[in-house]
Design a protein around this ligand. Structure first.
Ligand SMILES: [Zn+2]
Ligand SMILES: [Zn+2]
Length: 358
């Protein structure tokens, strides 16, 4: 029962069950939800905030619905703690899928009431394989003079409260940038100052990086295909959203490529696309019209990693349209939560509000 409810009604008031249900909105995804964040990270993957810190942030900002989407791991602790403090949530994860047609990673955020054991097993396999790749990248970097090895990386991650399970390029970049000698070497190789972790990742650790010969290890594909993620989505009655398309597609033909791929993704069962806070006017227009055209829902997420930079806002820091058009967020949340719960959120809300059978 919300504090608002208790303050508004005297304790001895005659309250119908329908009223009580209406105000107990977190119980059944009733909403309406307007202050939301469906994309954020904690130290369970590459975020900087612990679960407790993220939950405190969500409560302080009075967010109504938060889905924590750590990379390739379902953060159930976050969901349980959010709900305990009155913030609605669902089970969720950001999966790095492999889009074989274009041979690059497609980040998909995945939302369900409950995510099943088969999906957990697939995610565990991804994390194990990625640890192998990170070990290979450490060896490659070491062969070019960097002071780094997997054991040091694990100790470092532990010391800085980063995940030791979902080890990623983010860990390598953090390790390199904290060591002045490693940072100097990176800048010397690049012939310019390597400014931050994101810069190091983009310059050295990716398949398309200019200095990939120094830090990118080619290993057999281990990321799930879009087809497999779609199959898992059906299995879990999940909504899957194409995360930050404005970043994913920036190196691959931008908007035109995005628009040409989305019909195919929709056919595969990808059911949503994200409005990223940094989508400019052209991207925003494209995401909205493309979603309409292919019948996808919209999701809103900050991709908060606990620190603010040119690609990440703080928790709840959505695109401006979420502030100017909160109804768009509300309708999108109603659609998403109706899809994962199998019940129409807005019908049910109205039924309970007006005392009709739900
Ligand atoms: Zn992502
Ligand atoms: Zn993310």
């Amino acid at each position: 029962m919300s504090a608002y409810f208790l303050n508004f009604f005297p304790m001895n008031a005659d309250i119908s069950q329908a009223d009580a249900d209406y105000f107990e909105r977190n119980d059944d995804f009733l909403g309406p939800f307007r202050k939301v964040d469906l994309h954020c990270h904690t130290t369970m993957s590459d975020g900087k905030k612990t679960v407790a810190e993220l939950v405190a942030d969500a409560v302080e900002k009075r967010l109504e619905f938060v889905a924590v989407t750590d990379h390739d791991i379902v953060n159930r602790e976050a969901k349980i703690l959010l709900e305990r403090f009155g913030v609605a949530s669902c089970e969720s994860v950001e999966i790095s899928a492999r889009d074989y047609g274009r041979k690059h990673s497609l980040h998909l955020t995945f939302y369900a009431r409950e995510i099943n054991a088969r999906t957990d097993a697939v995610l565990r396999g991804i994390r194990e394989a990625r640890t192998g790749k990170i070990a290979a990248q450490c060896e490659l970097l070491a062969s070019h003079g960097f002071a780094i090895c997997l054991a040091d990386l694990v100790i470092f991650a532990h010391r800085y409260r980063m995940s030791t399970d979902s080890i990623s390029n983010g860990h390598i970049a953090a390790f390199v940038m904290l060591d002045p000698a490693n940072r100097r070497l990176a800048s010397a190789i690049a012939g310019r100052e390597i400014a931050n972790r994101a810069d190091f990742i983009q310059s050295f650790l990716k398949e398309f990086s200019p200095f990939r010969n120094v830090g990118f290890a080619k290993v057999p594909d281990y990321e799930p295909t879009v087809v497999l993620v779609s199959e898992l989505a059906r299995d879990n009655r999940a909504v899957v959203s194409v995360a930050h398309p404005n970043f994913t597609f920036e190196k691959f033909g931008e908007i035109a490529e995005f628009e040409s791929r989305m019909g195919e993704y929709a056919e595969l069962g990808i059911s949503a696309v994200e409005i990223n806070p940094f989508a400019d006017a052209a991207w925003l227009a494209s995401v909205r019209t493309t979603a309409d055209r292919v019948g996808m829902m919209l999701t809103f997420g900050s991709d908060s990693h606990g620190e603010i930079d040119e690609r990440h806002r703080g928790l709840g820091g959505l695109h401006e349209i979420a502030i100017t058009d909160p109804r768009l967020v509300q309708d999108s949340m109603d659609r998403l939560l109706s899809a994962i719960s199998g019940r129409n959120a807005s019908d049910r809300r109205n039924a309970l509000k007006y005392g009709l059978p739900a």
